[in-house]
Design a protein around this ligand. Structure first.
Ligand code: G3H
Ligand code: 13P
Ligand code: ZN
Length: 333
């Protein structure tokens, strides 16, 4: 058993309480390689932002569980080396799909886990989430549950609300499971194709697709039922069109990729939404930078010459999210 406390990590409890009070959100950035981790830590340290390092099941398999634990410990040491005296860094399991996976992460230095039972029948979701909470809380590890299924690009996001979180269930779920935060579904979705062109309108001036707004009425109803309870938004990449353009101009093919407009996320960050998940935007930043080098310098084969620019681009992106979207800069001096 390796406790996250030995690694210098923190859980999400205090972080979320402060974020809700302060009207900002904590960035939860997914990572699976060294360059992403370096960029996240550099951005967080320089902006003095609390940060959640988020690892999916696939990323854990990719990076190796043992190596990950040392990477997280290394991240804390690196943050201090960069002059961040008291780093507030969480190591979080993203979309845990079983008790066994959550337990393995808790036993290997994670300070927070998500158990995603959102696809299960309600009572099964409650039972599984409670089982994880009961184990996690013995070690002061915090737990994120999920209610409501994130909209897929196939769904009629703008008209069919049946996958949104049902506000009538949230009190029962939070009380019976004891979870520390709740991921909800209000119209976001994973990946770089969050809406079909048919679900969007077109800006007559720019010709760009404009997605339908998020269901803030559902968020408001959840907040009314659970005042002050930490809410999490998954699928919150904005899919910056400048990256999509660079990718497409340099041999890539991402037609009609579209994300959540930043002003909607800014609005969410000011509410009880205190954790905002971003993965795809970092993948796009990395891919855009690498494709550009490959296209412009076909003779380049030193990985540092393309992973370096990719790392710089991700750092820029993370800082932008922290300062201009989530407002978490300066909240962890
Ligand atoms: O929610 C999904 C995250 O973006 C992680 O994706 O399972 O491909 O690592 P992944
Ligand atoms: P994006 O695909 O929008 O980046 O969402 C990531 C996420 O929710 C990870 O859990
Ligand atoms: Zn997610």
């Amino acid at each position: 058993m390796v406790s996250y406390k030995e690694l210098g990590l923190v859980n999400t409890r205090e972080m979320f309480a402060k974020a809700i009070k302060g009207g900002y959100a904590i960035p939860a950035f997914n990572f699976n390689n060294m360059e992403q981790l370096q960029a996240i830590i550099k951005a967080a340290a320089e902006e003095k932002s609390p940060v959640i390092l988020q690892v999916s099941k696939g990323a854990r398999n990719y990076a190796n569980a043992t190596l990950l634990r040392y990477m997280a410990q290394g991240a804390v040491a690196y943050a201090k080396e960069l002059g961040w005296e008291h780093p507030q860094i969480v190591l979080h399991l993203d979309h845990g799909d079983s008790f066994e996976l959550c337990k393995s992460c808790i036993d290997n230095g994670f300070s927070s886990v998500m158990i995603d039972g959102s696809h299960l029948p309600y009572e099964e979701n409650v039972a599984l989430t409670k089982k994880v909470v009961d184990y996690a809380h013995q070690y002061d590890v915090t737990v994120e549950g999920e209610l409501g299924v994130l909209a897929g690009v196939e769904d009629e996001v703008s008209s069919d609300h049946h996958t949104y979180t049902n506000p009538e269930e949230v009190i029962d779920f939070a009380t019976r499971t004891g979870c520390d935060s709740l991921a909800i579904s209000i119209g976001t979705s994973h990946g770089a194709y969050k809406f079909t062109p048919e679900q969007c309108t077109r800006d007559p001036k720019t010709g760009l697709l404009v997605p339908p707004p998020l269901a803030f009425d559902v968020l408001d109803a959840v907040m009314e039922k659970l005042p002050g309870f930490p809410i999490v938004l998954h699928g919150s990449s904005s899919v910056p069109q400048e990256y999509v353009k660079i990718i497409n101009e340099n041999g890539g093919k991402l037609p009609d990729a579209i994300g959540i407009p930043e002003e909607q996320l800014r609005k969410a960050a000011k509410s009880a939404v205190c954790k905002i998940n971003i993965d795809s935007d970092s993948r796009l930043a990395m891919t855009a930078a690498i494709r550009k080098v490959f296209n412009e310098k076909p003779g380049e084969f030193d990985p540092r010459k393309y992973l370096g620019p990719a790392r710089d681009e991700m750092e820029k992106l993370y800082k932008h999210k922290i300062v201009n979207v989530l407002g978490s800069n300066g909240k962890a001096e």
